[in-house]
Design a protein around this ligand. Structure first.
Ligand code: P1T
Length: 379
């Protein structure tokens, strides 16, 4: 089945009860049993719920995986992966990543005895310098949030396999439409479903997909034991969103490209971070591992100061100033004070997350209106 068919049918069957084409919302916490253990595969909705199962199968299908697990948020999905680790274990992580992932790593798991090495992975060979006998996990986010760095998943996977450690890839920015990390050798793919998969800014949710049964069993144990699951209404909304992922992504990519080009040509814009430019340092890797370049674009202004960036963001009328990304509507954010405020200023600035950086999630509106909005805001 090709991708554009999988978004609609992948892992999906009409509901066995009445043939409903859309998976019904099984709004129930529990299920009748004829005798203890005598049930139809569902005993309690923390453990399993048919609407969640349908979503988990759909996401697994999109990622060419075998097992999908849905969680209450993207961070809950990451948290489940980290719960596979023990005190004394080490993780080699991308240094430029979502601020909330960084906060989870440094403010919760570091205190529990797990050591993190934050590494610039634009040259994937750098990963290997930080591998020790205690390394258990390589955490890759690509494209990175918000600097749009690209990490070579095939190279990272070669290093992971050589040292027998797990490779997890946060595929939130790319989505399975653009990139399938499991096909490139990753063991775990993670999504903030809140973003492009949901696509309509109406849910908070996360997901993991794996191929290996034993790994799936360990993650399922955490999902059930810790209980950070998503509810059936949200699972339904995510399933509905996924059905249009391919056409939304096509437009996100077209609009992202046009917006990036407009900004790059603008005399008051200094740097534009977008992997579709041939001048992007890892453009060739992006081209080889992604189908297109997505709808995320970050940029700085020539004035290079906080107030100028804030003035531009506040003048925008169609782009809404908000956290998050990946919905049909365009959003603008200020990473230094919003999504990445939990990263210490000096570390942030070393990564390029300066006070003049603006991040755009380019939506699927008419691109002429988006560019006109940027023109009036930038001046
Ligand atoms: O918000 P949540 O569903 O828990 O997902 C966390 C997360 C994980 N990974 C990436 C790459 C992300 O971008 C996010 C969430 N990001 C935002 C809210 C944001 O505005 O960047």
């Amino acid at each position: 089945m090709k991708f554009n068919t999988k978004t609609i049918h992948g892992g999906q069957k009409p509901d066995p009860a009445y043939g409903a084409v859309m998976q019904p919302i099984y709004q129930t916490s529990t299920y009748a049993q004829s005798t203890p253990g005598g049930h139809k595969g569902y005993a309690y909705s923390r453990s399993h719920n048919p609407t969640r199962t349908a979503l988990e199968n759909a996401i697994a299908s999109l990622e060419n995986g075998t097992y999908g697990l849905a969680f209450a948020s993207g961070l809950a999905a990451i948290d489940a992966v980290l719960k596979l680790l023990q005190p004394g274990d080490e993780v080699v992580s991308t240094n430029d990543l979502y601020g909330g992932s960084y906060r989870l790593f440094t403010k919760i798991y570091e205190d529990l005895g797990i050591k993190f090495h934050f590494v610039g992975m634009q040259n994937a060979k750098n990963i290997e310098h930080y591998i020790t006998p205690d390394t258990k996990l390589i955490w890759v986010e690509t494209p990175t949030n918000p600097m749009m760095n690209i990490i070579d998943i095939v190279s990272a996977s070669g290093i992971a396999k050589k040292h027998k450690v797990l490779l997890a890839v946060d595929n939130t920015f790319a989505t399975p439409y653009l990139q399938n990390p499991l096909d490139l050798g990753a063991d775990i793919v993670m999504h903030s479903v809140t973003k492009y998969l949901g696509g309509h800014s109406d849910i908070v949710m996360g997901a993991l997909v794996v191929k290996d049964k034993e790994l799936a069993d360990r993650l399922y144990f955490v999902q059930n034991a810790s209980g950070a699951i998503c509810g059936p209404q949200d699972a339904f909304l995510a399933l509905r969103g996924i059905k249009t992922l391919h056409i939304r992504m096509q437009r996100h990519c077209e609009n992202g490209k046009a917006v990036a080009q407009y900004l790059d040509d603008h005399p008051r814009i200094k740097n534009v971070y977008y992997p579709g430019f041939t001048t992007h340092p890892n453009h060739n890797i992006a081209k080889s591992q992604m189908k297109d370049f997505g709808g995320m674009v970050s940029f700085t202004t020539t004035g290079n100061n906080y107030q100028e960036a804030i003035n531009i963001i506040e003048r925008l009328k169609i782009f809404t100033l908000a956290e998050s990304l990946g919905g049909v509507e365009s959003l603008a954010g200020h990473p230094a004070s919003m999504t990445h405020a939990s990263i210490p200023k000096e570390e942030r600035e070393n990564l390029g997350i300066v006070d003049s950086l603006i991040r755009l999630s380019v939506g699927i509106e008419d691109v002429d209106d988006l560019i006109a909005d940027l023109r009036q805001a930038i001046g």
